[in-house]
Design a protein around this ligand. Sequence first.
Ligand code: BG6
Length: 509
Amino acid sequence: MTAEWLNPLRDAGDRRLPRIAGPSGLVIFGVTGDLSRKKLMPAVYDLANRGLLPPGFSLVGFARRDWEDEDFAQIVHDAVRDHARTEFREEVWQQLAEGMRFIPGDFGDDEAFERLRKAVEELDGSRGTGGNFAFYLSVPPKMFPKVVKQLKKHGLASPPEGSWRRAVIEKPFGHDLTSARELNAVLHDVFDPEQVFRIDHYLGKETVQNILALRFANQMYEPIWNRSYVDHVQITMAEDIGIGGRAGYYDGIGSARDVIQNHLLQLLALTAMEEPAAFDAGSLLTEKLKALRAVRLPEDLGPHSVRGQYAAGWQGGEQVVGYLEEDGIDPSSTTDTYAAVKLGIDNRRWAGVPFYLRTGKRLGRRVTEIAVVLQRAPHSPFDSTATEELGQNAIVIRVQPDEGMTVRFGSKVPGTSMEIRDVTMDFAYGESFTESSPEAYERLILDVLLGDANLFPRHQEVEESWKILDPIEEYWAGHGRPAQYASGSWGPEEADEMLARDGRSWRRP
Ligand code: BG6
C-alpha cells in the first residue's frame, strides 16, 4: 500500500470518529449527473477529510465522456470546492486524487467493463483496496438491469476470496409494486440481498436517526406513545422549491411516488414501530416491516386523500409559474405535486389513531416534521375560559431545516388570574451540540463501506410501501384532475377540508 494515513481531523483528537472504513474503493456509474457532483463527490471528500476513509481509498468514475483520469479529478475537485462541508486541505485532496480513475464508456460496452475490471485490479495493487469495491448506480432506473448484468458478466459482482462487493442504488425503486419486484429480481439475480444497499437519504439525516434515540433511549416518551394518549400524528414534508430542471424525472411520477413511498413511509415506520430487539439491520427490518404491514388505508379514499398541483403564485417575493407552465411539462399533465393521505395502523398500540401524511412542492416554506399530537386532558379543574386558547399537547420532531424538537404544553400566564396559554419547550441541535452533523450522504456512503445496513431499506420494505401507495395512485388515476393550489400557499383547500372533516387541522409549521 503506497498511501499513508493523513487523518487530519482524527489527529485533532476528535472523539466522535470510531467508525473508519477499511481498505476499499467506490465506483460511480452516472458520475456526470447532478447527484454525483452535488452530493457523492463532496461526501467522499468530507469523509476523507474527517479521517474516515483509508489512505488508499479510490474513486472510479464511469460515464460516456471522453475524459482522462486528470479530467475526472478536476471535475471532482470543482464539485468538492463548490459543495463540500469541510474545509479544503490540499494534502487530503492530493491523497484522494491519486486514487481517482476514469473509465469512458457506454453501459453496453463490454470493453469498457473490461477496462473497469482492470482498473479495479490495478487499484488493489497500487492503493491496497483489497478487492473491496462498492458500485454506486447513480443512473436512471431503466439502466439498472444493464449495469448490473454487465457487472456480473465481467466478474465484478462476486468478491474475490476474503473481500466484498456491494451495489448501491438510488430511488425510485420501481414505480409500483410490480416494477419494484421486477427490479429486485434483476438485482438479486446478481447480488445477494446483503450486498444491495438502497439509499433513502432521509434515513441518513441525524434527526431521523434521532427518532429511535428519542423513543428508545428515554423513559418519558414511550409510556404515552400509543392510542391511550396520542390523538393523531402528522408527518409533513413541505418544500418551497418547484420541480426545477427535473421535469423529465418528475412528470408522470409525482409527489407521492417521489417521497411518500420512501421518505414519508420510512418516517411513519420509525415513529410507529415497536422497540427492536437490537440495533441491527435485521431487528430494525423486522419492526419496520411489522409497522408497514399493519398500515390500513381508509375504506373510501375520496374524503381521506387529496392530490394537488401548484398553480402560479408568489414565493419569496417572486412571481413563479404553475406546474403546467414549467419547461418540459405536458400542459395537460395530471401529475401531483402535492399529496395528503390519512392512514391507520391496525395494531394494539395505534388502533384508531390516524397518521396524516402530506408533502408538496412550492408550499409556504421548506420544513419536514413529525408531530405527535396528544389528546386533550380528560378534565380541567380551571374555569373553561382559562383554558379556551389551549391547544393539544404535542411532541414535534423537527427533521429540517431547524433541526431539533419542540414540546407544546399549556402554562399559566403570569398575573392574578388563572389564565392558561400554550408555550413551547425547544431542543435545538445547534445549541445543545458543538459537533456538526455529517451530511446524509456522508453517513450513508461510510455505512456502505463498513457494510452496516441499519439505515438502508430492504426490498421487503420497498414492496410493502408500494402495497400502501398503489391503491391510492389507482384511486387518483380514476378520479379527475389534481386540485390546484397557489404557489407559496399551504396546499389545496381540499386538504384543509380533509382534516376539518375529522375535527382537526394541519399544523402551520
Ligand atoms: C428527493 C426527491 O428524494 O428528496 C426530491 O426526489 C426532493 O423531489 C428531495 O426535493 C428533498 O430532499 P431534502 O433532503 O432536501 O429534504
